[in-house]
Design a protein around this ligand. Sequence first.
Ligand code: FAD
Length: 501
Amino acid sequence: MKPIRHIVIVGGGTAGWMAAAALSRLREGNDLSITLIESEEIGTVGVGEATIPPFVEFNQLLGVDEREMMASCQATFKLGIQFVNWGKQGDSYIHPFGAYGYPIDGVGFQQHWHRARALGDARPIQVFNLETMAAYFGKFARTDDYRRDDLPPVNYAYHIDASRYARFLRGLAETRGVVRKEGRVADTALEGESGFVQSVTMQDGTVVEGDLFVDCSGFRGLLIEQALGTGYEDWRHYLPCDRAVALPCLREDGSPPAPFTRATAHSAGWQWCVPLQQRNGNGHVYCSEYMADDEALGILNGNLAGKPQADPNFLRFTTGRRKKFWNGNVVALGLAAGFMEPLESTSIHLINTGVNKLISLLSLDGITPVQEEAFNRLTTKEYLRIRDFLILHYNATERTDSDFWNHVRTMAVPDTLTEKIELFRLNGQIFREEDELFTETSWAAVMMGQGIAMEGHNPMAARIPADALRDQFNEIEKSVRYVVERMPAHHDYLARYCPAA
Ligand code: FAD
């Protein structure tokens, strides 16, 4: 085994700088150098602004000061995602970050809720969720000031300006000794026997050698694909959208930023609205088989929140994943590893978990096949679970108004997803498999939000006497209302806590 003394990161988008900032911590106490190569001329993908709660922890582990990061990235807080027009046109629901109530007697809250409905309690399940109610009222507070013992703290994430975030992390990584090299990588040299990447050569002739390479070069997958020919698994038969057009807009009307992302379905895809402190990130994800670029831009322009600040940025992608995320001495992160559309803001999360796994599996004594196998197995599972969850959004619909919706509503879906839906229909049971990212509440929110109804509930739910169940429900609803009433408006909280720098 060849010891690892030098790590080379190719690419300086969100993935490259997240990897650099996290790996830089390994320099303390170890003989390790880290170089990051990026090309301003090529630039970054320029989108990717909505995150999910584990990202908060990722930043804490990096030692990032939340206020400082949020102020410099024009960040806002995010409590979930509002889905509009998905199950039917005119429908709307929130997929919240926190849980609906809590399990009672080991039985999922949604099952007790189903029983309570059968007993005549007409309250919607949303009133038992803090994040949904705070989002509806435009409220937010991250501290425990208004905390009730029977409610967990607010679960939140951020909306961030992605290029500012990469710059912020660059500052952090460079302070911790990461060396940045500007310029294009023009060539890659492989070692004959092992097939490992030995070095990359930049356009100006500089040769950068490394023991471990982290490919963060974006969709092109410079090392993982172009140099190593790893192969790509195409998932467009399940998730057929393959284009996006992005358009950042200034919020001129002084309206406050909502503490949630909005995903509005259109006739062949959907539109995102990601509120930052001063502007909204807007974009339209669509399927080129059913919609032309100019039509997609027209729909986006017709539904913009704010005044465009830039020219439209058209992007093409193929949903899927690399056949191996770790191949030899190359680990791919971010868009170089694979891509699933940003419907549930999972891409930055997959960078986060990729970096975590890489650090956990790393030995500076060298690289062995067992690390590669573990990394690939764990990452594949993560991708598959997220993929099923995204497919659910398209497949669980009653929309018949376009060829696109007729296709996704009737397409074959993975057996794993079919099983999840059937079990939920039967008695409201949702199995969260092996560290799966999405919780019971996540699955329940999307299934119920898009018209999949529970037909029964687990018989264990009947063990709670009806009066006791009603009392518990009353308590949870009262606690949610108590906290939400006392929370400040989201924009007031931002103005006090982290006004944009
Ligand atoms: P890039 O940003 O493309 O960076 C690639 C880097 O490699 C750049 O620095 C580039 O200069 C460098 N590079 C490439 N080739 C060379 C070369 N030859 N020599 C030197 N340097 C090179 N994710 C979320 O979590 N939430 C979202 O809301 C979200 N929205 C999205 C919307 C769309 C339409 C798309 C397409 C993606 C979205 N994503 C989202 C995904 C998110 O944008 C990416 O996961 C994230 O930006 C990471 O990108 P990256 O760093 O892998 O690639």
